[in-house]
Design a protein around this ligand. Structure first.
Ligand code: ATP
Ligand code: MG
Length: 327
């Protein structure tokens, strides 16, 4: 809506986990490198936990992008609230597994929807056998398989343990599968439960996504704007980033929501400069206190509290003048 006004080529604050907008501070850059290293070394599990809206799913997509090499096969499971059999089917589907190893390998593009009809009615054992054979064949070809499970806090303890057994699949020489669990903070508590001691011991990288600092909030916003094509007519007034950080608490999803509404507010006022006042107004709009399309100019809003006393004063003066004239 406001993109043309600021000179943006595309929306800068979408709520999708688009990896092209990825902003990495020092901490998360190091974490990604550690996860990639652990994959390279075929070490146990990696776990990424974090509060809601701190960028876990975005990190999953960023990892998939970094892993997009021909010697690595990846699968991303985004809804692990499925049953064991359904999860196995999703894994097979996402990896592009065919009914027989001899069937031609389909194009493994990330956006392809693979056929699942052949899995209908298969038992857990049959699915596991097929997965095992697929992984072993890939290992023969020096292709390693990485499975990322997002929202893993929703998995039951039994299912988490099943994942450990899955990662045990290995040939005499090589491990066949590396699993990265990604989820909300309660995942960490789940992994520490006594029934998952074996799994917990094999976690080689743990990372927590955290809200951004004041400085990183500014870098994050500037990066998104730059990726969206830059905005030659957009300025930020003094204190704007501090206000944005204070109100979003540094949570990327909140930063996106508030920044988007603040830019909309600036556009409605035909002002290319985003100020702390526009940020505060954006927050009120998001909290349902004010309709963005009903933005009123600042001077109008400031006059509202004085309107009633002023009206009373006018009536009293009018009444006194009227009385004076009629006496
Ligand atoms: N590192 C980042 N770089 C760029 N954008 C990010 C980053 N982290 C988060 N975002 C943005 O913040 C929003 C929320 O991020 P994301 O969905 O990854 O959070 P989440 O932690 O997975 O949330 P939930 O707990 O609800 O699953 C998205 O719009 C995403 O674009
Ligand atoms: Mg997520």
């Amino acid at each position: 809506m406001y993109e043309n006004f600021y000179g943006l080529a595309e929306p800068a604050f979408n709520l999708t986990p688009d990896p092209s907008f990825l902003f990495l501070n020092k901490r998360s850059r190091e974490a990604i490198e550690q996860i990639l290293y652990s994959i390279e070394r075929r070490e146990g599990f990696a776990v990424v936990v974090g509060d809601i809206g701190t960028g876990k799913t975005t990190l999953c997509w960023a990892l998939l992008e970094r892993l997009a090499r021909k010697e690595i096969r990846t699968a991303l499971i985004q809804n692990p609230m499925l049953s064991e059999i359904e999860i196995l089917k999703s894994i097979l589907q996402d990896l592009g597994v065919r009914p027989e190893e001899t069937d031609p390998d389909p194009d493994n593009s990330p956006h392809r929807i693979f056929d699942t009809e052949w899995m209908r009615g298969m038992t857990k054992k049959q699915l596991l056998d097929r997965l095992n054979m697929f992984l072993a064949q890939r290992a023969e070809e020096d292709v390693f398989t990485v499975l990322i499970i997002d929202e893993a806090q929703n998995m039951s303890l039994g299912l988490l343990e099943q994942m450990r057994l899955l990662s045990n699949l290995e040939t005499a020489k090589k491990k066949l599968l590396q699993i990265i669990f990604v989820g909300q903070l309660e995942l960490d508590r789940k992994l520490k439960s006594p029934t998952l001691r074996q799994l917990n011991q094999r976690i080689s990288v743990r990372f927590e996504t955290k809200p951004l600092s004041r400085e990183d909030t500014e870098r994050y916003v500037r990066r998104r704007i730059a990726v969206a094509g830059g905005a030659p007519r957009l300025r930020f007034g003094s204190g704007t980033f501090r206000a944005l950080w204070r109100h979003s608490k540094g949570y990327p999803r909140m930063i996106n929501l508030i920044a988007d509404r603040a830019l909309l507010g600036g556009y409605l006022e035909r002002s290319g400069t985003i100020t702390p006042r526009l940020v505060r107004r954006a927050v009120r709009t998001l909290q349902g206190g004010e309709n963005s399309s009903g933005f009123k100019p600042g001077w109008f809003r400031r006059l509202v509290p004085y309107a009633v006393p002023a009206l009373v004063l006018i009536v009293v003066v009018f009444f006194m003048v009227y009385q004076g004239l009629t006496q």
